[in-house]
Every structure is written in C-alpha cells, then in structure tokens.
Design a protein around this ligand. Sequence first.
Ligand code: GDP
Ligand code: MG
Length: 370
Amino acid sequence: PETITVQELAARMSMRAVDLVKELMKQGQMVTANATLDADTAQLVAEDLGHAVKRVSEADVEEGLGGAADTDADMKSRPPVVTIMGHVDHGKTSLLDALRQTDVVAGEAGGITQHIGAYQVDLGNERKITFLDTPGHAAFTQMRARGAKVTDIIILVVAADDSIMPQTEEAISHAKAAGVPIIVAINKVDKPDADPNKVRTDLLQYEIQVESMGGDVQDVEVSALKKMNLDGLQEAILLQSELLELKANPDRPAEGAVVEGRLDKGRGAVATMLVERGTLKRGDIMVVGSEWGKVRAMSDDKGAQVKEAGPAYPVEILGLNGVPEPGDTFHVVESEARAREIAEFRQRQRREKAAAKSSGTSLEQMMAQL
Ligand code: GDP
Ligand code: MG
C-alpha cells in the first residue's frame, strides 16, 4: 500500500512536522513525525489544510523510462563486458594490467592510462573487449544488488601453483548465481611448481568441467607476469561472446549502469558509466539512481575527450548534481524537468523507506497502543 511519513507530508506542504502532528491530533490521530500515514489519511489531512492533492504512483513517474523495445533489425553486435575474479594473489591485477597493454591503438592516441573502473581493449579488426577493473567480489555483488547486470563473462583466475582456494569457490558461486558463463584462466604457469592439471581436476568438484576434461567450460593457460598466451585468453573471450550473440541497439537514447562514482574537489561529481543500449552524447540529460544531471564532458580510459559513447564503451562523465552508487542505472531523458522529477521522486522514496525502517512503529501499532 502507498504510505507517506508525517515528516515527508509536512515537507511537501512546506510546513513544520510539529504543526502537522498538532493538526493530526486535532483530528484525533495521535502520531509522531516518524509515523507513516496511509495515502487516504494523508490526502484527507492535506485537503483539510487547503492543498490540492495529486497522487503520483511509481508507475506514473517512472513510466516510459527505457522506451520502446528494440527490433531485431536495430540490434548491432557489441563488445563483451568481462569481470575478472579469483583468490587473492592469484594474479587478477597482474592479468588486468597485462591485458590492458595489448590494445593496438593505445600507443597512437598517446593518451595516459586513466583508472576509471573499466577499460576497453581494441584488438584490431573490429574486435574489442571491455574489462571491469574493479576486481573483487564485493564490487560485483554490489552492482548486482542494485540491479545492474553488466557482466557478460567472468574470467576465473586460478594460480596453477595454488589451485582452488576459498575466494575461488566464492567466485564460482557468484558466477553461478548470476548465470554468467566462466572462462578459467590458469595463471602462473611459468612457475616451476605449476600444476595446471590439478586445477582442472579440482574444478570438477565444483561442477566445472573444462574442455580438456570433456566439458564445455573454456580453460586457458596463461602467465600474467611473462605475458604468455594473453591472445589465447582473448580468443576464448571473443569465442564465448560470439556464442552469447551480444547485441544492442546503438541508435536510441542511452541507458546503462554506474561502474564507479566519486566526488572530485575541482570537478564535482565524477562517474564512470557503461552504456548498455543506445549512445550517450555530450549534452544529454540523465537521471541516475536518485541523482540527475547534464553530461558536460566525457572522457575514456585513455584520457581522451569523447563526444559519444556506444554500448559497452566505458566513459567517465562530469555534470551530475550528486554522486551515484555503483550499480545504479541511468537513463537519458528528454528534459531537465523530467530528470529532476524522477530523481526527486526516488529521493523521497529512499527517505521514506529509511524513515519507515528507523521508526519501526506503524500507524496501526500506534493506534493499538492507545
Ligand atoms: P591479485 O591479488 O589476484 O590481484 O594478484 P596480483 O596480480 O597482485 O598478483 C599477486 C602476486 O603474484 C604478485 O607478486 C604478482 O607479481 C604475482 N604474479 C601474478 N601473475 C603471475 C604469473 O603469471 N606468474 C608469476 N610467477 N607470478 C605472478
Ligand atoms: Mg589485486
């Protein structure tokens, strides 16, 4: 049922909560400022106070976000978005760094590597892969918890001299829970005590049967340190993404998810966005979580200014009026008024949820106590 706290209702009528509490008392309702009122009660008291009431449901405010469905003809191939997971010290960071250096055009652009939470490597011939470079399972679960399902493929890094460890297990459960396919990267094969076959056998206990054991999970031996067989791993990713037939319509207003957000002293709110469909353009107005803003500037992971960002192309943007959370979704909308309306609506909802939680006393409970 729709509810509103006394505090919130007072705020919307631009009156003090204590005055509204008094008004409610006059009408025989003994409530505190934190109490929640049902929509009918709230409407009655607001009208008594001379306010015109317009009830707005979530469906009304959020309606139309996302727009029409895409047709098959609109859909174009897009790069895969990959997350690297695995046990501590098995080589996630080393592998991310090594893969990043395989970009064929990075040198030409002369840009300086920017850590924006995600990067894209261009392998030439229209082949691109996007990596989320916030390794760690917390980032992945946080994004999923907020509704973002941006990862297409998980690279499970397992050190060949250590095999399956607790966080390897954890990564496997995350991948399974999310229904995201795994590619096993057996790392550190340069080490004298490396035993890749032990990794393959041990994985069977977790119902991961790699190809060389007759299963259908790809496994690739690599050394992040010696940069061995990185191209083999990239081929595996591209093959997996072909199987997934990853597509998106680039010709529509953008929507996607926040990878990272922070407050920069000089530049204000800075957020890394990953477009899931559509194309994000400089000047676009967006609502993101309970924030909104106008894209003032966009730059990529090489520090280059960009005017447009299509599906799976990570960009850092400036111009939001607040810092969004990783996993918040964003939508480009037609006007600032619309963006503000949705953002404010979501802020109210968030406050109301928090108030309902902290008060712990419902109107019914209050009445029962009287
Ligand atoms: P993370 O905790 O998973 O991010 O692991 P790191 O990338 O920080 O690597 C942990 C340690 O393993 C570092 O000392 C790396 O230099 C080393 N390391 C990573 N990859 C390899 C590899 O392929 N071979 C060898 N011999 N050492 C590696
Ligand atoms: Mg690391």
